[in-house]
Design a protein around this ligand. Structure first.
Ligand code: GRF
Length: 201
């Protein structure tokens, strides 16, 4: 199973998946990294790991249709089976979404459907969880469709919210769990325990 990543910033989830592949815990191959940010740590990680990395963004492709096509062509030319969004801050275009329908995963740092949607990214999510007095939060791996954070849920893990949690302390504990649940969910796909129904390459 060839995994293609889209990541905007740090790429720590991407790294956790790459590490799981290297350790034999995930029977898959990381084959390509695409970032909308030419200076991202994610692209740096790709270079370190010897994985082809591409900066594709509104800068390289000012026209949204050509950007969508460039992303799709890059995924196809690297024979990607499953797309893993890992802190990707942009929406995918309609061509890429259609061609990989049902085979694009994302991870969100809360228990969807709560605390998702437009504007719910990074610390905003953890701030919202704490502000609403939740006693638990967590992480959700889900399939991606046209809307933010709305596709079918594949896996969730719970994390207790402590009374003295700040958004930062909660984010750190959730991120630890993200690094476990994302590779574990991909392994279930690789072994067929979770069946993705989307078109195969
Ligand atoms: C994670 O919290 C993930 O849930 C969200 O974006 C963050 C990405 O972190 N979608 P990283 O780039 O994987 O370190």
């Amino acid at each position: 199973m060839n995994i293609g990543f889209l990541a905007s910033h740090g790429g720590s989830n991407m790294q956790a998946i790459i590490d799981a592949c290297k350790a034999g815990r995930l029977h898959a191959a990381p084959v390509v990294v695409i970032s909308n940010n030419g200076d991202s740590r994610a692209l740096e990680r790709a270079r370190t790991e010897g994985i082809p990395g591409y900066h594709l963004s509104g800068l390289t492709h000012p026209d949204t249709e050509s950007l969508d096509k460039a992303i799709l062509d890059t995924l196809l030319s690297h024979k990607v089976d499953v797309v893993a969004l890992a802190g990707y801050m942009k929406k995918l275009g309609p061509r890429t979404l259609a061609r990989f329908k049902g085979r694009i995963l994302n991870i969100h740092p809360a228990l969807l459907p709560k605390h998702g949607g437009r504007g719910m990214y990074g610390m905003h999510v953890h701030e919202a969880v704490i502000a609403s007095g939740e006693t638990e939060s967590g992480a959700t791996v889900h399939l991606v469709d046209e809307e933010y954070d709305r596709g079918p849920i594949l896996a969730q893990v719970r994390v207790l919210v402590m009374p003295d949690d700040t958004p930062e302390t909660l984010a750190a504990r959730v991120l630890e769990q993200e690094h476990l649940i994302y590779p574990a969910t991909l392994e279930k796909i690789a072994t067929g325990e979770i069946v993705l129904t989307g078109p195969r390459r």
